[in-house]
Design a protein around this ligand. Structure first.
Ligand SMILES: Nc1ncnc2c1ncn2[C@@H]1O[C@H](COP(=O)(O)OP(=O)(O)OP(=O)(O)O)[C@@H](O)[C@H]1O
Ligand SMILES: [Mg+2]
Length: 234
């Protein structure tokens, strides 16, 4: 398989039971190296579930989800958690778990924090940061691992405008494949090469970014996605 990710007729039911609705239904897609894919859609449309499937945290109820063998990937969760230790050691621990020696892990951790302009929180406890700071540190931790693919669940949802720009810059500078969920359509325009629109677990549009934001083309491809976009831009 040359694709990084390949989903075929994927169905995911998170809470099996009578009449349980599927969180994802009949989703097929492939993602190749170098793509920056935005996942958009209303709350509950299945964006986080799709990211978790790509990361291997949720198995398909039916259909298939394949990842290229040996793919190095890292995920930033919608509500990331840091451990009760210094921010520097939070990053160092992740690096150590990936095989670095402790001393070099500590040094690499500091470098990674500096690259994300987070040096000033290096000695703070990971549990005593604001939501936005936690999100930025968790992204720095994911990037420090040097992944080929980065999965980001609303990476700037809690950030102030300055931090938002900073994080967007960090994501742009990262050269690998990126799949990110976002409610920020300006950000989708700035960062994505391709946009996937989800509605109630169904994939209703999958287009190059220019086509997604071209009202005529979007309307022709997916009236539902065009309707969503109109609502968003009011
Ligand atoms: N742990 C769970 N157990 C059962 N159902 C769940 C669970 N987590 C999510 N769901 C359901 O799965 C569907 C998809 O949820 P998901 O979190 O993927 O949506 P989302 O697009 O990420 O939403 P948001 O924009 O609010 O982050 C929703 O109907 C949701 O209620
Ligand atoms: Mg979500």
């Amino acid at each position: 398989m040359t694709a990084l990710y390949e989903l075929h007729k994927l169905r995911v039911v998170l809470a099996p039971g009578r009449n349980a609705p599927a969180a994802l239904e009949d989703v097929s897609l492939r993602i190749d190296a170098g793509e920056r894919v935005a996942l958009v859609g209303a709350n509950g449309s299945g964006k986080s579930t799709l990211l978790r499937v790509l990361h291997g945290l949720i198995a398909p109820t039916s259909g298939s989800a394949q990842r290229r063998q040996g793919l190095q990937q890292a995920m930033l969760f919608q509500t990331p958690v840091l451990l009760r230790m210094s921010v520097q050691n939070n990053l160092a621990l992740a690096l150590w778990l990936h095989g670095s020696g402790w001393k070099s892990a500590r040094e690499l951790a500091l470098q990674a924090l500096a690259q994300s302009e987070l040096d000033e929180v290096a000695t703070r406890s990971g549990r005593q940061l604001s939501v936005g700071q936690t999100q930025r540190v968790a992204l720095a931790r994911a990037l420090a691992l040097g992944p080929e693919a980065l999965l980001l669940d609303e990476p700037t949802a809690s950030l102030d405008p300055h931090s938002k720009r900073l994080v967007e810059g960090v994501v742009q500078a990262y050269g690998g494949t990126t799949v990110f969920a976002s409610h920020n359509l300006g950000q989708v325009k700035r960062l994505a090469t391709r946009v996937i629109y989800l509605e109630q677990g169904h994939l209703l549009a999958d287009l190059p970014v220019a086509d997604f934001f071209d009202p005529t083309r979007l309307q022709a491809d997916s009236a539902a996605a065009a309707h969503f976009l109109k609502g968003e831009s009011i």
